[in-house]
Structure formats: structure tokens, C-alpha cells
Design a protein around this ligand. Sequence first.
Ligand SMILES: [Zn+2]
Length: 320
Amino acid sequence: MKVKRQKTNKKTMTVFTRSYGFREPYQVLVDGNFIKVSLDMRADVRNTLPAVLVGQVKPMTTGCVIAELRSLGEEFMGAVIAAKRFEKRRCTHHQPIPAADCIGEIIGSSNKHKYAVASQDVQLRVQLRKVPGTPLIYIKNSVTILEPPSPETIIHAEQLEKRKNEPLPFEISVRTKTVAEAEPQSETSPTPAKKKKAKGPNPLSQKKKKPKTSAPPSQSNQNVGPVLLGDETAAALEGAAAVVGTKRTRDDDDHASKDDDDHKDGTDDEHQELPSPLTDATESTDKKRRKRRKHKKSKKSGEALDESNGSAGDSSPADA
Ligand SMILES: [Zn+2]
């Protein structure tokens, strides 16, 4: 046998061994025609089948197969003798039926006893391809051939593989029990852990945030407050801003009268700090102040001169 064909046959048999539980020695139901063709090839079924299935084989026949071979005449006597050497699989047919029907009945719809079938009956093989997990062997051109797994066999094997990964019913029940038992624990244990985790940082954060937490409500109050205060203060500020222009002129006049020349620069700085509209408004007042200061200077200089003549101490008129 060619090495390549042996490899493919081995792959085919692994499908049956993995997915359908086939084990050596493989039980092969052999029909009369297959035995006859093998004898015509001068090949022994007990040698060819193990080579094809790549493993130990137990060839088997039924009473119906032997009965059919006998009915075919002397030409098939060699096949009858060969078939009688094989293990006889009991069938329920007291009156022999065609070998194909007998084998088909033994295989049934599921091939639960895990038989391979070596048959030259095309109709039988077509029928058995529909039964998943049934290796089929036939001889063509003096070559014993193991059919590749039928589509039904492949599809059913994939389904079986999926089922293997699925949990069994008792596993599901156990899992549900464990989950049900674990759920309260998990609710108590993980959530405390979470609560601990949550409690751990929270107290610390609360301690730090306590001023913050006390602040946020105050901020919230402040958020409300400023709006109220804002209106009041805005109105007050507006009033104040309106008054500032006039008041400052008066204050400055008073300061000017009190502090005189010492705060000339300071008053200028204050006016520089004022916003631009006020500066525009105060520019005219500055000019007036300067004029007044000049007048007062001239007056004070005259007074100071008069006072210096009299008492040279407290020169500020504000004290008086
Ligand atoms: Zn039978």
C-alpha cells in the first residue's frame, strides 16, 4: 500500500476512534462479494483489512452472508470456506435474507456496536454512508479502499466534539448549586471586600474631605448667596463706583489739604490704578485739583511763613 493512502486511511480511522469510540481490533462485517473478489485477487481478507484500517481487525460474517454465498454455486465455495473462518456475528434471521439487508439491519441507524463494513454492494454502501460513524471498505481495481468519512459522519463528529466541551447535566446542576451557594457568600464576601475597599479610601477621603464636605454645602450656599449678594453688592458697587468718582475727588481734596505735597505721587498712583473710564472722568478733576493745590500751596506757603514767624511747630492746619 502506498504511504500516502495509508496516511489518509489512518486519518480516517482517527475520526472513528476519536469521535465514535472505535477500538482495535476493529470489527469488520464482510459480505460474500468482498470475500470473493479478494480471493480472485489472491489476497487474504485477514491481511488486507488490517493494512487498510491501519490496525488489528476482526473480520466477521453473518449466517445470512454464508447462506447467500452457498446459494451462488460452486464458484463461490472458496469464499464460503474463507467466510466460515471468520467470526460469525449472530443475526436474528432464522430464514436467511440477502446479505446486504442483514448487514444493514445489524448496523441500524446508529451503528451502536461500532462495526466497519467491507462490501462490494454499492447500494448498501450508499445506505450506510447515511449512518454516522460507519467505516466503509470496498475493492476497486484490485485495491482495497477505505472510504473517507461521509458528510454525515463528519457533521455528527463535529457535533459530538461540541457536546464534549459542553457541561454534562450533573455538572450543570452542580454548577447551579455552587453558584447558588456562592452567591450569598459572594454577595457577603466580595461586597464587603468592595465595601472595605470603598470604606478604606472613603473614611480617609471623608476625613480630608470633611472640611471639603463642610465647604461644599457652604459653597452651595455661597453659590446661592453670591447670586443674592451679587445683586446687592452689584447695586452697592455700582452706587459706590458712581460715588467713588465724586468721593475720591473730595477725599483727595481733603488728603491734599491734609497731606499736601507728600502724597502727590501717591494720589497719582491711585488714579493710575483706577479703571480707564474713571481715569477719563478724573482727568478733569485732576486738573482742578492741581489748580486748587497750587492755590492752597500758595496760601499755605503764606500761612506757614506767617506761622513760622509766630510758632514754628505744628504747621498742619488739619490739627487745628
Ligand atoms: Zn442475518
